[in-house]
Design a protein around this ligand. Structure first.
Ligand code: ADP
Ligand code: ZN
Length: 755
């Protein structure tokens, strides 16, 4: 047999040294190692065990053979191998996001499907990160002999299994016990096997398909999209529909057609809080061949769902960002709902945007990709307006329901009148009115905690986190100050200034404080607070939303979690609090984010029979972004925004890359950032046809995080292969000068101006 060599990429590499390494495949492993296989190798001078992924397998020849070549130590079984499709996504992530091979591998497969190294008889071997949970499954292997006369249970078992294999659990539900099954196996009537345990996470949701009749506009949208679903080429479309226009109904019809075509569908939602609602709709319409992938599942659930998909037992997958890597085969449709949400962009390596991965997958699979939103990203709408995506529009709410009527509450007047509360008198009145009418309200305040900051009344000192350059936030239940970045906690609550001993004053409002105000202002109202602190427990979102849906509460108060996608018929009032700080936030997407948040939350009201109204509290009621959001006029907003982007040279008119530098010594970090800029500029000067503008270095908005200093360079460029090659060369040169020891570097193409 000719000998084989595997080229692998190892775990724990830095981006500068993420190379291909060659290993000999020992004879017992030959034929078991493929591109995409996970293997264990001896690495470096000390032969330390490292996990690795195989990139290529070659025959050993005179050129590549070397007596110094080491051999692989172990290889995972074939079913753990990354399919060629997944490997293509791994390659894509590496090329686009400058991550390492193994970071990409970890992104595309869940933790439970990964391996780690352990010792067996003193020898390093691979072990599953999670033990797989399997269950017994029975198949019919022969006929029941007439004698001795079979019992009723035995007959029932054989009868049930005529339709196909069943698990022990399913048979038990039919009253057939293990001894009966064992007897039948001994007689050769049944065969026992093992399969991954199937897990029906949504067993309680009934399969109850209701006929869907689309409204005229929805039908037109569907008809515009169907040809792109039915032909076997990749397509992308933007479904732009006002809030409450019934985009979900169009999705359901598209999915139905996808399944008829024998293909599969992937539905992404921006956050976990929106998955229960989507699952409910899909499960009741399409039944149980539905799988979920999101981070609130525990590792076992996640793995079992993933295997279900991998083994072809799911037709529809719903999930958050990372579900874009779900190993579905024959994918026909990908939907990104609320496509403008920044949660589609990963903020740690690999720093990918699910939009880009979705486009890549649609191209690989010849699928239709649908971006959907009432307030699309400016870039997405621009692409649609220029014919790169098909633009499909829903202008009307379903059932000709009017959009909510929006009013402003001028907080300058409130302040002048001496109201110390965040909830204005007018807002309180309107909430009361809703309460009296038995209707529900949603209040948005995008700030969690109780007070925002503590400041000394004498010297003006602000209580900052010692590890991060941000103020600490008071959390009432814990009676503590907490850092929202590193979790640093100060207890008991300081009363005097650590600098001068002066009296501290706490000011600003978070959701916890507003919850308390509401209790004072509207003592009979049942208030449900929903933010990161109140939804820590498993299934908390689902439970809370279900309770609000049952009208166990009158007011839903929360952060951006309450703004999007929710559909409750009794909500007729939406209130927006504390929006101004976002309006004056940094980053070139600040206006887009405010427009989207306000439009979306307003859109939660008046979605059924009862008309809705909305109130926005602000000190700048005349601000054009708020005015446009109140009018829910996306096109007008887009025209303003695209002009601003063009004038300031921002996406979509260029790519926007932030290079972040992080290290322990401030001076060294600043110098390293500066040197990176020089290295890049030198290389760019040699290739004048590659357009580029370089800004900085400058400290990041949060200049210290977890005790490390942070600087950034801002690069406006064209994100193409030529430019990425330039960046790669610069990274190498940076590593050559041993600068990563002074400041690690990350590159992010999805940033809003900062990391
Ligand atoms: P969007 O996602 O566009 O904001 P939804 O899909 O949530 O809107 O639809 C808004 C409301 O209108 C939902 O309660 C939905 O059930 C209802 N609806 C929309 N289209 C239809 C339809 N064709 N038939 C029945 N109800 C519909
Ligand atoms: Zn901190």
């Amino acid at each position: 047999m000719t000998r084989q060599i595997a080229q692998v990429a190892v775990d724990n590499a830095t981006i500068h040294f993420d190379k291909r390494y060659s290993y000999r495949i020992p004879p017992p492993m030959q034929g078991r190692v493929w591109p995409g296989s996970l293997v264990l190798v001896p690495f470096g001078r000390g032969d330390k065990p490292r996990m690795a992924v195989v990139l290529a397998v070659q025959e050993e020849t005179q050129e590549n053979a070397s007596p110094r070549l080491k051999s692989l130590w172990d290889a995972a079984p074939e079913q753990a191998r990354l399919t060629p499709d997944l490997m293509e996504l791994v390659r894509f992530l590496k090329e686009r996001t400058f991550c390492t091979w193994f970071e990409a591998v970890r992104a595309v497969i869940p933790y439970g499907a990964q391996y780690r190294c352990t010792l067996e008889n003193g020898r390093p071997v691979m072990q599953n990160c999670l033990n797989r949970t399997t269950e017994r499954v029975y198949t019919l292997a022969g006929e029941l002999p007439a004698k001795p006369k079979p019992g009723p249970r035995q007959l029932a078992a054989v009868e049930a299994l005529r339709q196909g294999p069943l698990t022990a659990r399913q048979l038990e539900e039919r009253g057939i016990s293990k001894p009966t099954l064992d007897t039948l196996c001994r007689k050769g009537v049944l065969q026992e096997g093992r399969q991954d345990r199937m897990l029906d996470l949504f067993a309680s949701i009934p399969f109850d398909p209701q006929p869907i009749t689309l409204a005229g506009e929805q039908q037109h949208a569907l008809e515009a999209l169907l040809p792109d679903l039915e032909d076997d080429r990749p397509h992308a479309a933007l479904l732009h529909g006002v809030t409450g226009s019934g985009k979900t109904m169009v999705f359901l019809k598209l999915i139905e057609r996808t399944l008829e075509l024998g293909r599969k569908a992937l539905v992404l939602v921006p956050e976990i809080s929106l998955t229960p609602q989507m699952i409910r709709r899909l499960k009741s319409t399409f039944g149980s061949r539905l799988a979920v992938q999101h981070s609130a599942l525990n590792n076992t659930e996640r793995l079992l769902q993933w295997r279900m998909i991998q083994q072809g037992n799911a037709d529809i997958v719903v999930g958050t960002r990372s579900a874009i890597f779900a190993p579905l085969q024959n994918l026909g449709l990908i939907i990104l709902d609320e496509e403008q949400e920044h949660t589609y962009q990963s903020e740690s390596a690999p720093r990918y945007d699910a939009h880009d991965v979705a486009k890549k997958r649609a191209a690989i699979e010849n699928a239709l990709l649908v971006f959907a939103s009432a307030t699309p990203r400016t870039e997405t709408y621009h692409a649609a307006a220029n014919g790169k995506y098909k633009l499909v529009t829903l202008k009307q709410r379903y059932g000709e329901r009017p959009l909510p009527k929006v009013d402003f509450i001028d907080m300058r007047a409130e302040l002048a009148a001496g109201n110390p509360r965040e909830v204005s008198a007018r807002m309180a009145q309107e909430l009361q009115k809703n309460l009296d009418n038995g209707e529900q309200s949603i209040l948005l305040l995008n700030r969690r905690g109780y007070h925002t900051v503590g400041m000394c009344t004498v010297c003006g000192h602000v209580l900052n986190c010692p590890n991060c350059s941000v103020p600490l936030v008071y959390h009432k239940p814990q009676q503590a100050l907490m850092c929202h970045h590193c979790g640093h906690t100060v207890q008991p609550l300081p009363q005097t200034c650590p600098e001068c001993g002066g009296k501290l004053r706490y000011s600003g409002f978070g959701t916890q404080r507003v919850e308390e105000e509401l209790a004072e202002l509207l003592p009979q109202a049942r208030v449900l607070r929903m933010d990161q602190d109140s939804t820590g427990q498993k299934n908390a979102h689902e439970k809370m939303l279900a309770e609000f849906g049952r009208h166990d509460y009158d007011i839903l108060l929360g952060t951006q979690m309450v703004a999007k996608g929710l559909d409750f018929e009794k909500v007729t009032l939406v209130g927006v609090l504390g929006i101004d700080s976002l309006l004056f936030g940094q980053g070139f997407r600040a206006y887009e984010n405010v427009f989207s948040l306000v439009t979306q939350v307003i859109g939660r009201g008046g979605r059924a029979e009862l008309p809705g109204r909305a109130l926005i509290q602000t000190t700048v009621p005349g601000h054009p972004v708020l005015q446009l959001a109140a009018a829910q006029d996306y096109e007008a907003f887009y025209r303003e925004e695209i002009a601003f982007r063009k004038f300031g040279l921002y996406p979509p008119f260029c790519a926007f890359c932030v290079a972040g530098f992080v290290g322990a010594q401030e001076g060294a970090v600043a110098l390293a950032a500066h040197r990176f800029g020089t290295l890049l500029a030198e290389r760019a000067a040699r290739r004048p046809h590659i357009p580029m503008r370089l800004l900085g270095p400058a400290p990041m908005n949060i200049s210290m995080l977890n005790g490390k200093y942070r600087y950034k360079l801002t690069i406006k460029c064209r994100n193409d292969a030529a430019f990425r090659a330039l960046l790669r060369e610069t990274l190498e040169a940076y590593a050559q000068e041993k600068l990563p020891q002074k400041a690690s570097v990350v590159l992010d193409f999805n940033s809003d101006g900062d990391l």
